[in-house]
Each structure stands twice: as C-alpha cells, then as structure tokens.
Design a protein around this ligand. Structure first.
Ligand code: SF4
Ligand code: SF4
Length: 384
C-alpha cells in the first residue's frame, strides 16, 4: 500500500492552474483556497519538504475534502486528490477526535451496529417527528418496501451473493428487501453471508489497518463458485474496488478475483436482461460520486419506462463522516442540491447510496421541499 511520502512526485505535478476550483463543491461553498486540491497540495508540499508537520489543525483541514473525485476528473495533470488526501489522513490518525473514533468503533463491531440499528424503534413514535431533524430520521428509517416472500416457478442458473452494506442491513432494509423479492421472483439463488461493514468509513478517515482487516474478512466470506457479488450501494462497491488497490499478495489476488464478479444491481439487471415491470413517471437521478455505472443505470430506468429529467452532477455533501465533521458546511451543500432538484420537474429522486439518500433528504427537508428519495430497485419491487 502506498504511503503519503510515496505521493511526493504526484503532489509536485500540480501546476497550480486552479482549474480544480471550478468543480470543487467545498471551494464553491467556502471560497477558501485551503479547502480545494490546489490548496491541500500547497500545504502537503510543505509536509513533503519537511517545512510543516502533520498536526491537529492540519488534520482538521484535510478532513474538509469530500473525496468526491470531482477535481480528479477535471485536473489537467490527472492528479487523484482523493487518494493523496486519504494517505495524508492515514498519517493524521493520531489526531482523530474521540467522537470520530467512537463512530468508527461502531462500524467495526456487528454488536455495536446491531445496537445502533435499534434507532429504528424511533419509527414507533412518529410523534417525535416534529422537528426537521426528527422528520429526517423518520424518513430515513422508514422502509418503502417490506419484505414479502415471492413464490415463482421460474428457475435461473445464476447464483449470486448480496452485499447489503451496514445501513441497509441494520437501519433500513428497504432496498435489500426489494432485491431479495426480485431474486425470488426470478428464481435466482442468492445468499447473504454475515458480512462486516465494507469499511468505507475507515478508509475515508484514513484508518488503513482496520480497512485492510475488514476487507480480508469480507472477501473470505464470499463463496468462490458464485456468478456475481451484487450491491445496491455505490460506495460499498467502490470499497471492493479499493480492496484491489490496497491489499497485497494472496489477499490482492482474491480481491481481484472477487471484484471481477462485483456488479451494482442496476448493471446486473440491465446486462442479464432481467424482465422488469413497466414503470412511468418523471424522476431525477442523483449520481453518487462513487457510482461507476451511471450510464447503465439511466439506460435501465429509461428502458423500464421512466422519464429521466437531467440534473446537474453535484455532490450531496455527505461524504464519509464529512456530514458530521463539517456539519454546517454539509447542510449548506445539501440545501444547494435540494434547490437544484426543486428546479427540475421530477416526482421523485433516485439514487444508489444510502448516505446520498440521507444527504438529499436532509437538503429537501431543510428546504421544505416534499419529494421522495428512493433506490430504483425499490420501485421495481413495489410493482411485482
Ligand atoms: S486542477 Fe490539478 S493541476 Fe490544476 S491546481 Fe488543481 S490539482 Fe493542481
Ligand atoms: S475531492 Fe471533491 S471535495 Fe475534495 S478537493 Fe476534490 S473536488 Fe474538492
């Protein structure tokens, strides 16, 4: 695994053109040079040269990046800022605040996740739903699809593993329910191993030791004879791609083998030509920053009969633990996204990451805009 110092040459290749400023959502909101890749690289160059040392203040600063990759796609020097910033965060682990360490602990333990998942009991008390925050929790936890066993005469040869991710498994199982119902209807054999968190929160915090530890555990739980490993969360799938960049030796070989079978559910439905119900309506699609098959997703939704309203490709402002760590800034970004959504003619917003759903719901609720945020598969399951 490459360490921060290994990126010295890449940091030096920044030509200081400033083009990253035009796409960085954080820079757009703050207007501060210190919160965009060019500014991060100026500071990090100081560390590389030995003029600066990592410290608490610097750690706080580099955690103001959403790792959204918007600048990477635009940078004429082709610098992957997210990768470099994450490696710098790894060097800053000793300055991680206690609250963040505690949240990461929750993601590292199924027992704590089960315990945290009890927040679902909130749904029993809709009366609590009288503040924006209460409404947000209520909406976020309310399942659109409740699981109903499907009996079907269809029999598919496909064998799949489902990676549900922590939010879908412990907090709101709606899209997991939807996937299970669709597989049962299509006669697709599926298994749900008792996975750990994909550990994206650890990665984005720079906790590489735990990221690698849980990556190995998750990979070991996947039977070798399956055709696909399926995800309904773009970020969990991205984590499996990161396994192939960060693990080494035999672990790397296994990560690559598994990743060759990984697909987002939308990509799977399109490529396997799974018969879907006919849908109708105007919807907008929010592409999560880590979504690797947005074109196939739009093709699938269009094929099913939905009218997709174009919407700007911008970040919801959640990004790992950014939405807690940079609370006010994250809210401002979410509200800006909500205004972009308000300006288009769409009955609902579709997205593919529970954290994006949280960010979008937050923006909509804070802006008093009443629209649902769903995963495409949930609408499919409601029609079967
Ligand atoms: S766009 Fe790339 S090369 Fe230009 S200032 Fe930003 S990081 Fe540096
Ligand atoms: S990754 Fe996103 S938030 Fe971070 S510097 Fe680049 S554009 Fe800004």
């Amino acid at each position: 695994m490459k360490k921060f110092q290994d990126y010295a040459d890449e940091i030096y290749t920044c030509s200081r053109c400033g083009l990253c400023q035009s796409v960085c959502p954080v820079f757009e909101a703050t207007g501060k040079e210190t919160t965009v890749s060019r500014g991060f690289f100026s500071t990090l160059m100081g560390v590389v040269k030995g003029h600066l040392k990592f410290n608490k203040k610097l750690s706080k600063n580099i955690n103001m990046c959403l790792t959204c990759n918007k600048c990477n796609a635009f940078c004429p020097s082709g610098i992957d800022a997210s990768k470099i910033i994450t490696s710098a965060r790894a060097e800053c682990m000793e300055f991680t605040p206690l609250w963040k360490k505690l949240i990461l602990r929750v993601f590292y333990s199924k027992m704590f996740l089960n315990f945290a998942g009890m927040v679902k009991l909130y749904l029993l008390f809709p009366v609590l739903n009288f503040t924006s925050f209460g409404k947000l929790i209520y909406e976020f936890l309310s399942p659109e699809v409740k699981y109903k066993k499907q009996i079907s005469s269809k029999k598919s040869d496909l064998k799949v593993v489902v990676f549900p991710g922590c939010i879908n498994k412990y907090f709101n199982a709606s899209s997991l329910n939807a996937m299970r119902m669709l597989f049962e209807k299509e006669g697709i054999e599926y298994t749900l191993p008792d996975f750990h968190c994909c550990t994206m929160p650890a990665y984005s915090a720079g906790d590489m030791d735990n990221f690698q530890k849980f990556a190995r555990k998750n990979l070991s739980l996947i039977p070798r004879d399956v055709d696909y490993v399926l995800f309904d969360c773009a970020s969990c799938k991205h984590a499996f791609e990161l396994y192939t960049r960060i693990l080494e030796g035999d672990d790397l070989a296994l990560a690559k083998e598994v990743y060759s079978k990984c697909k987002h559910i939308n990509e799977f439905l399109l490529e396997e030509n799974i018969e879907l119900p006919v849908l109708s309506g105007d919807v907008a699609y929010h592409k999560p920053c880590h979504m690797d098959c947005p074109d196939k997703t739009i093709e699938l939704m269009t094929k099913s009969g939905l009218d997709i309203t174009p919407i700007e490709d911008s970040c919801c402002g959640s990004g790992g633990l950014f939405f807690i760590e940079n609370f006010t800034l994250s809210n401002a970004l979410a509200k800006k996204r909500a205004q972009e959504i308000k300006n288009v003619n769409a009955d609902a917003i579709f997205t593919d990451c529970p954290l994006c759903r949280l960010g979008l719901l937050k923006g909509l609720i804070l802006s008093k805009i009443n629209k649902k945020v769903l995963n495409f598969i949930e609408i499919v399951a409601k029609k079967i």
